[in-house]
Design a protein around this ligand. Sequence first.
Ligand SMILES: C[S@@+](CC[C@H](N)C(=O)[O-])C[C@H]1O[C@@H](n2cnc3c(N)ncnc32)[C@H](O)[C@@H]1O
Length: 260
Amino acid sequence: MTGGNLLTDHPALYEARFPAPERLAARWTEDCLRRHGAGPRVLDMGCGTGRDAAHLHGAGRTVTGADLSETMLAHARAHHPGPRYVRADLHGFDLGSFDAVVCLDSSLLYCHTNDQLDGFLASCRHALTPGGLLVAELRNGAYFLGRTDLLDRPAVDAFTWQGRTYRSRTTLTVDRTAQLLRRTRVWTTDDGSPPLPQHSAWRLLFPHELRHFLAAHGFEVLELHDGPGPRTEPPWQAGEPPGTTTDGDRLHLVARLHTH
Ligand SMILES: C[S@@+](CC[C@H](N)C(=O)[O-])C[C@H]1O[C@@H](n2cnc3c(N)ncnc32)[C@H](O)[C@@H]1O
């Protein structure tokens, strides 16, 4: 195996590791957009392989998918056509005018610092028409208050792709000073390659902290809850209303940019 980020460097492997045959995240997003009467132009920030962007395109929206990874974007253009795909950094971007910005599977938490969060929300505000929506789905920092179940022992996983078996051992730790959840994932394969360690981190963002950032940038929170959502257990099903608590490990946000 070579260095870099195995999954973002190999988008097909990412899709094999995280199959989403029912496109639940995209369907949940489309449900939020419809329920709150969003216009057609959608920006998917941190679009990854483009699966969700392409589903939203198929639902009749005019979609731009943006990601920092050129490899992800090349895969998206080849395998999930329809949307326009562009390279952008969610810490600060200027990609035109939209009726909604969506940010799925914790992409928003790649804003590690307050300045990066401010940069993201200022860019969203600039991108959105008055009354435009921000729809996000992310880990809940508050889940880790008094709970260690995700921290106590490594998560071990294995899957086979193109005849080769990949094993991963994932350890999560809390960095209280940086307010980050740090992940170390060590990959091994059965082809004799040396183990490949990879490091990433997400901001540990708390629901009231998120509300404060949103208010400061001119957003009204319409929904903020821990499920049901596309990555909750049990997962969201069409027609289910939003929840009312923020205790679980995923947060679901719908916020509207004030019209004045
Ligand atoms: C966990 S994946 C989520 C992909 C997709 N939204 C999904 O739900 O399948 C996170 C994505 O964020 C991208 N990313 C990481 N940091 C970024 C940044 N600063 N700006 C834009 N994209 C970023 C990665 O390249 C990756 O494709």
